[in-house]
Write a protein that binds this ligand. Structure first.
Ligand SMILES: [Zn+2]
Length: 320
């Protein structure tokens, strides 16, 4: 977690001594924060500083950049990016970066004003999803909800490994542009990693064969699996649209009604979201709740490839 730094002044009624202690505590917090970030954030020993919006993009950048880059994710591991807010320290981190990598397509566009204000002249900005075609979402069960523009946006391209290939190619090109003397290294690292992604795609397709076709319906809390579903011929439904908003009772009963009608044996929670609503709906329907990962990495899935393997195994475990 990032400690949030309050910039407001202490109330005037505080005695001076307490103000001094408070100031000292703030300073200590800043030093601690800087120390926490140094390993990943500061341009260490000749490495090129790279900033990404989230941990998935950071993993891609490390795979391609290897020892030549020092990568920092603005949104820390485990934090829901849909509700993330930047701190003053983030602007410092951004100002050091020679390459800035975002997802685009509505996912992290809220960061653009901060990035534009803080970035150094000449920094290369890679919008990893640029050039990919946005999947048109199915209209939500609640017709009124479709009036929200965000519902048309589906930014979770990376959950299809072949679209992750596109991300990695763009990241490779951005690193080469910012650091041409490393071109051969970036090219070689990217080639190796792109092969792993194509192998991953085949492996997932094979793993998912274990799920009976009638059960190939992934029900999640937030709407992230559109590209995954399209790639592997699945159906997907969610309680919450891709870019946030509120869960409505109408949406929940529509999703759970479909699940019961099709005999789908489980629903899936994501570690970065509170799952009470999903768990209650699952209890009512008498089905278990599995886990899938979408936007975060953690000790269980430290890399993107681990995330994708975990999801495929989880789907088999609960839906076969
Ligand atoms: Zn998401």
């Amino acid at each position: 977690m990032i400690p949030s730094i309050k910039t407001s002044r202490p109330a005037r009624i505080w005695p001076g001594a307490i103000q001094a202690i408070a100031a000292g505590a703030l300073l200590a917090a800043l030093v601690l924060l800087a120390a926490c970030r140094t390993e990943a954030g500061a341009p260490s020993a000749g490495r090129m500083a790279v900033v990404t919006s989230n941990v998935i993009l950071a993993d891609f950048a490390r795979q391609v950049g290897g020892d030549r880059v020092a990568v920092t994710s603005l949104i820390p591991p485990g934090v829901d990016l849909h509700s993330f807010q930047t701190t003053p320290q983030d602007s410092v981190t951004i100002s050091r970066a020679r390459v800035i990598i975002t997802n685009g397509m509505g996912l992290d566009d809220f960061l653009l004003p901060v990035l534009d204000a803080a970035k150094q002249p000449g920094a290369v900005h890679v919008a990893a999803s640029a050039g990919l075609e946005n999947l048109q979402e199915e209209p939500a069960a609640d017709a009124h909800a479709t009036e929200d523009d965000h519902q048309a946006e589906a930014p979770h391209f990376w959950l299809d490994p072949l679209l992750a290939v596109h991300y990695v190619e763009r990241i490779r090109d951005g690193l080469v542009q910012a650091d041409p003397s490393g071109a051969a290294t970036y090219q070689a690292n990217a080639d190796r990693y792109l092969q792993q992604l194509r192998d991953l795609d085949r492996e997932i397709a094979q793993t998912l064969e274990q799920v009976p076709p009638a059960h190939r319906h992934l029900v999640t809390y937030h709407n992230a699996f559109g590209y995954f579903a399209r790639r592997y011929g699945w159906q997907t439904s969610s309680f919450l649209e891709a870019t946030g908003g509120d869960v409505t009772p109408t949406q929940i009963s529509a999703v759970m009604g479909q699940l019961r009608a099709q005999g789908i044996p489980a629903v899936f929670a994501e570690p970065q979201f509170r799952s009470d609503v999903l768990e209650q709906a699952a209890r009512d329907a008498g089905v278990p709740v599995g886990i899938v990962y979408t936007d975060v990495l953690d000790a269980t899935v430290p890399t993107y490839i681990d995330l994708m393997r975990y999801n495929a195994k989880s789907l088999v475990q609960y839906l076969k």
